[in-house]
Write a protein that binds this ligand. Structure first.
Ligand code: GDP
Ligand code: MG
Length: 435
């Protein structure tokens, strides 16, 4: 539907066309945003090249809201790159199911282990937490405390040999009817052979159904190197990005996905056990771009397109059988979004267009006043509008006959264009919802 609505928007005549220079400027901003979000520069480079190519099509440039389209394309591409599938937890059929967590020290493994247990418990599973960090004396206590708070059993074994504890933990789960085992391992401050070897040994001993790597969102690009090392030495199935409640933009996630190909499965955001959320690439894309304002505007626009235009309007539009009430509806939606000037100035290059007087902000208001001065029958059947009716409407709306003609011209052009655009006009006999 959005293409069609855009057709109507352009029927309303805009002068805010973007040039290649504008696109270049927008791309520069987006590149900066990505680099600031700590996305790897190689990833940024290829991303920008792709996005730019997509933006420089006539389809984008000739729309009324080219800048808005540009941002949308960028968001879409970013979302795709971040990976759209594989989010959340998928257990295999093996019982007990074994999930192993790996990652650097302080990345948030123990916290994530507890959160996973909480999540599983909420889904009716009976998880077991296994404490394999034997190096820091407080590590097992930390897991124990978290487990106690949630009522989840923690297996600590002898507290000496992590491989042995892991194997015994699985044994314990079988004996005690626990269906998911979460193995919390020890990290180091930096990638080292010992840590990798230990993780590989635990993996060999318990044959986990999945290994999740916990990555601190604040570590940005460093996370990529760490992830690569783990991918080579131990391999893992997915990523939990922790500390997303901080102000890290999370650009590391994009680099991580691009470089290792591993899906990001969860976002961990906070100290509370319920702050583990499935990964939403679209939200992450927005966060990485740090484009709150523009993005919320777009969201608003697409929500309007998706939901708020009445079904009947949508159907009429689809059959290229629009009337002037549809025009009013569009005007209403634009006003809801803060008016045409707000819409345009929120977009890259929009301020410039406004300042140069390239945008006729009063056009929509005049159009509305004119349509308001029409009778119900006239709005529904614009064909009725002969010369004397137009005169009456001009007088009633405080405009001129020329201006009324202008609105009608725009309306007729839009309708004609829509008929051309849509073979769906062939469906003209299709009944509407209201019959
Ligand atoms: P581990 O060494 O990998 O087991 O990391 P921990 O789970 O012990 O976490 C290290 C520190 O980060 C602790 O102080 C945690 O409370 C904190 N932490 C872990 N995950 C999060 C999170 O999602 N948000 C915040 N704010 N802090 C976190
Ligand atoms: Mg720990």
């Amino acid at each position: 539907l959005s293409d069609r609505l855009q057709g109507i928007f352009s029927g309303l005549k805009s002068k805010g066309r973007l040039t290649e220079d504008d696109i270049n400027a927008a791309m520069r901003e987006i590149r900066m945003a990505l680099l600031e979000a700590d996305v790897n520069f190689k990833v940024v480079k290829s991303f920008i090249a792709n996005a730019k190519e997509r933006c420089l099509t006539a389809e984008v440039l000739d729309s009324l809201t080219p800048a808005q389209n540009v941002v949308k394309i960028v968001l879409d591409e970013l979302t795709v790159l971040l990976g759209q599938t594989d989010s959340g937890l998928v257990l295999s059929s093996r019982i007990p199911n074994v999930i192993m967590l790996v990652g650097l020290q302080g990345s948030g493994k123990t916290t994530a282990a507890a959160k996973l247990a909480y999540l599983l418990k909420g889904k009716g599973h009976s998880p077991l937490l296994v404490a394999c960090d034997v190096y820091r004396p407080a590590a097992a206590d930390q897991l124990q405390t978290l487990g106690d708070e949630m009522g989840v059993k923690v297996y600590r074994g002898d507290g000496q040999d992590p491989v042995k504890i892991a194997s015994e933990g699985v044994r314990f789960a079988i004996d005690n009817l626990r269906d998911v085992v979460i193995v919390d391992t020890a990290g180091r401050l930096h990638v080292d052979e010992e840590m990798m070897e230990e993780a590989a040994n635990i993996k060999a001993a318990v044959k986990p159904d999945q290994i999740l790597m916990v990555v601190d969102a604040m570590t940005g690009q460093d996370a990529v190197n760490v992830a690569q090392a783990f991918a080579e030495k131990v391999d893992f199935d997915g990523v939990i990005m922790s500390k997303m409640d901080g102000d890290a933009r999370g650009g590391g996630a994009l680099s991580l996905k691009q470089v290792t190909g591993k899906p990001i499965k969860f976002i961990s955001a906070g100290e509370k056990p319920d702050s583990l959320e499935p990964f939403h690439p679209d939200r992450m894309a927005k966060r990485i771009l740090g484009m709150g304002d523009v993005v919320s505007l777009i969201e608003h626009a697409s929500k309007i397109q998706a939901e708020e235009i009445e079904a009947e309007t949508a159907e009429r539009v689809q059959r290229a059988n629009i009337n002037l009430n549809d025009f009013l509806e569009i005007k209403k939606q634009v006003s809801k979004m803060g008016g045409i000037s707000k819409l345009i100035s929120a977009l890259p290059g929009g301020d410039k267009a406004m300042a140069q007087g390239q945008v006729d902000t009063g056009a929509l208001d005049r159009m509305e006043t004119i349509i308001f001065s029409m009778t119900k029958a006239e709005r529904e059947k614009p064909e009725l509008l002969n010369g004397s009716r137009r005169q009456r409407i001009a007088a009633g709306s405080g405009t001129s006959v020329q201006e009324v003609n202008q609105v009608m011209k725009q309306f007729n052009e839009t309708r004609k264009m829509m008929k051309k655009m849509m073979p769906a006009a062939a469906n003209a006999g299709r009944p509407t919802k209201k019959g």
